[in-house]
Design a protein around this ligand. Sequence first.
Ligand code: ZN
Ligand code: ZN
Length: 417
Amino acid sequence: MSDSRSNAPVNEEKLDKLAQVAVHTGLGLEAGQDLLITAPLTALPLVRKITEHAYKAGAGLVTTIYSDEEATLARYKHANDDAFDHAADWLYEGMAKAFGSNTARLAISGDNPMMLAEQDPEKVSRANRANSKAYKPAIKKITGFEINWNIVSYPNPKWAKLVFPDLGEDEAIAKLADAIFAASRVDQADPVAAWSQHNADIHARRDWLNQMKFRDLHFQAPGTDLIVGLADNHEWAGGASLAKNGITCNPNIPTEEVFTTPHARRVNGTVRATKPLAHNGSVIENIEMVFKDGVAVEVRASKGENVWNKVLDTDEGGRRLGEVALVPHSSPISQSGVLFYNTLFDENAACHIAMGQCYTECFVDGDKLTEDEVTEKGGNSSLIHIDWMIGSDEMDIDGITQDGERVPVFRKGEWAN
Ligand code: ZN
Ligand code: ZN
């Protein structure tokens, strides 16, 4: 981050449209609502535009909490060892309190994916664990859709250079910005209308899956032969969601997935990643896992295996699935051919599964279930939720009905019907 970014090569007009999409389609911000933003300092130009559009939409108070790569690295360099088991619980308690009084939540994703790659994995994992634990009261209100929330993205110079290593910095930023704009549909004449159409398409897929009520999904591709049992009374979700405060929001911009809750004790077989996974400042490559009765009993990766195992050891639920998501290979993000090293984009380029926490909204009447009832129906619980990509143009998926009948869902990476 430097002041020279004030003339950074990001298209102003499209940036303004992205801010409008974030406020109106992403958040569905209502007049009188406060807004809490978290963002890396490098995303300042987008924060300013979002703040402007939020106030134009009648926001009460917009508050932004910034993070900074240099400050984060200073901690790894100079902090006492004890400090890595420490997190700002007071901050997350404050966030939870804000959400409890109907404050909307917007996160800007765009950190350098390799920020922590050189740091001690033990310290990284301790810091993440402490942070996830402290974050719990706030994240529960977000994943439980008590309020409207949204994640959008803005290019960071180091991230842009990772995605486009052969380009100069300015060119790489411009190109990553354009890829973000295209994936977020703000390169279209009327982005808000484009999102309405896209939401309708996703909802049609979601409704079909909910009608089928499959017992299991069978994923087959080179290196993958995996049966994912679906949780009892699971419900598929995707696209715009109605939050409990009565506001319809699009939690992720972009989004291409329909997703639901797998059964944490009924996953069996082998599965191979089709994309590298960027997680909290490290990149993990060529993940392969064997599942038995829901647990990942064998875990391999050609790069970052140690980091990945430490992440999965966060708690008992870390080696079980909390999400299964379907994304066609023809999705615009996949067709762009860009590997973003950022889950917000990469998960929307391929079918994926997530280790860890399930979404309770992915159950029929999920908001009325107790934690024990969620567990009994097969929902997983964990401090982590990490999506990793398994889809490709070679993936076939069968749905297996409650009677054991097979129905084609995907063929060669595309919807079969
Ligand atoms: Zn997902
Ligand atoms: Zn996920």
